[in-house]
Design a protein around this ligand. Structure first.
Ligand code: SF4
Length: 497
């Protein structure tokens, strides 16, 4: 009997225009495995591809093979989803294309122009779509992510115990989607973690492991502890929100359960900026204090910073970054990003109302590495700053000193994998493009970056690699967010107006 052939692709638009994937980067995406887990592995023939890990899908044969192409990806990957649709429909006009993910949910009316099925729900919706197309016996009996298909290299594995977030930060896609925080059945943890028992560390990719009721957090924690004590979980890390650090007793309890550290969205050390982002949970305990307390308790602290050049000058954010180097006992950010007014968020609506989005803004360039709004400084100063983000904003000799001081203070307190990850952040600050091949070269004249959303070239992935059918040619035009005046493009008004 013919098994439906289902090809699941996590699309990715790399802001460095990589020619290859980011196999060794942490965290990796779980999306394709979670989607595959909704389907019956016995009755369907499933293949997956993650463009983040594996690089752009350049071998198009699986697109001709598939009865159904399932696409997901972050906002900036929306164009890439249209490209693969054009290829798939050209190579096999009978292919059914299913699309989901945050951009599709935000642009669900527009998306009907491009995809056969537009999913506005969570991964579980895929089972409904497959049941409608091929029969209900293709649903998984007990949906469980297929991480066996992911082939993540190295010592790190991934899992999650909940979905969505209980906070509503103004820039976050969680806020735009406004879905409730939901804990999974705790038995799911065993199904996810026991097969990954040989990994040194499992990154729990919940939006907020500390979300929901305190009783719920303690139940999750207790299950993690049991798995750790039984030898099914060597170590783990979690994403938590700033309010977690209010009660220092949690640090000890998490450590006892095998936790090795945290990622938390610090975003900024400026209280005014944090308040502007409605991230009040970050004002509960001074941020430097959080980081030091956490490290002193033997748990590594990772975080990212958002640099908002519409609200703050280059001088201000540079001073903030320099300040990080005056405190030898804190870890450095894992990444720096320009503020992104993601589609549908309060920040997006505010910037649109302020007429602050640059004219001719493409969704592809809302990636945190291109200037996409008006800026306090002259635009060329802001663009130069964005360019320098790629070569490192902090002096390398000072970063070498920071690596030494972190090692001195914490090598005996942190587990080796946690210490290594703290040093990896220092390297990331020194060499932000480390490992990047730069698919399209470095110079705008050769297809490289301009660092300004109005002039940023889209790159060679936007040139069809085969002759696509006429009706799909337009799928290779980048999706415009603003028009020549900086107003919302007419095509998005139904979804976002
Ligand atoms: S705490 Fe994090 S996940 Fe939750 S809304 Fe804020 S930014 Fe989003």
């Amino acid at each position: 009997m013919h098994k439906p052939r289902i090809f699941i692709v996590n699309c990715y638009a790399d802001n460095h225009r990589h020619a290859r994937g980011n196999r060794w980067f942490a965290p990796q995406s779980m999306a394709t495995g979670v989607l595959a887990g909704q389907l019956n592995a016995q009755t369907t023939d499933i293949r997956v591809w993650c463009e983040f890990k594996d690089g752009p899908l350049l071998d198009l044969k699986p697109l001709a093979w598939a009865d159904m192409l399932v696409l997901t990806g972050l906002n900036t990957a929306y164009d890439r989803m249209r490209h693969l649709t054009a290829y798939a429909k050209t190579l096999n006009p009978k292919t059914v294309v299913v699309a989901g993910g945050p951009a599709v949910r935000m642009l669900h009316k527009l998306s009907k122009q491009f995809f056969d099925h537009v999913c506005t729900g969570d991964a579980e919706q895929l089972a409904d779509v497959v049941a409608n197309e091929f029969g209900s016996h293709h649903r998984a009996e007990i949906p469980t992510p297929r991480f066996d298909l992911m082939a993540w290299p190295g010592p790190i594995g991934y899992a999650e115990s909940s979905r969505n977030c209980n906070f509503r930060c103004s820039f976050c896609s969680m806020t735009a989607e406004n879905r409730p925080f939901t804990s999974y059945d705790l038995n799911m943890l065993e199904r996810l973690l026991i097969p990954q028992a040989d990994r040194n560390c499992i990154m729990m990719l919940d939006q907020n492991f500390f979300g929901g009721s305190r009783d719920g957090v303690l139940l999750r924690l207790e299950r993690m502890k049991q798995l750790h004590q039984r030898g099914h979980l060597q170590g783990w890390s979690a994403l938590v929100t700033g309010d977690f650090f209010k009660d220092p007793a949690y640090l000890g309890r998490f450590k006892e359960a095998g936790c090795i550290g945290f990622f938390t969205g610090v975003e900024s050390f400026s209280a005014a900026q944090i308040a502007a982002y409605n991230k009040k949970q970050n004002l509960v305990v001074p941020q430097f204090e959080n980081i030091r307390n956490c490290l002193d308790a033997g748990l590594v602290f990772h975080y990212g910073l958002v640099l908002d050049l519409y609200e703050r000058s280059v001088k201000e954010v540079t001073t903030e970054l320099d300040m990080l180097l005056t405190e030898p006992r804190i870890t450095l950010p894992s990444f720096l990003s320009l503020a992104i007014p993601l589609l549908g968020t309060p920040l997006f609506k505010t910037r649109l109302h302020q007429k602050a989005l640059l004219p001719g803004l493409k969704l592809r360039d809302m990636d945190g590495r291109s200037v996409m709004t008006q800026t306090i400084d002259p635009l060329n100063v802001a663009v130069d700053f964005a360019r320098r983000m790629d070569t490192g904003l902090l002096p390398k000799w000072k970063l070498a000193g920071r690596a030494a001081s972190l090692t001195w203070h914490y090598a005996r307190k942190l587990r080796p994998i946690a210490m290594t990850s703290a040093l990896a952040d220092v390297v990331a600050m020194a060499y932000p493009r480390l490992g990047s091949a730069g698919r399209d070269g470095f110079f705008p004249s050769k297809g490289g970056r301009s660092y300004c959303a109005t002039t940023e070239p889209t790159g060679t992935l936007y040139r069809p690699q085969i002759n696509v059918a006429d009706r799909y040619q337009a799928f290779f035009s980048p999706l415009q967010v603003t028009d020549a005046e900086g107003a919302l493009c007419q095509s998005l008004v139904d979804d976002l107006g």
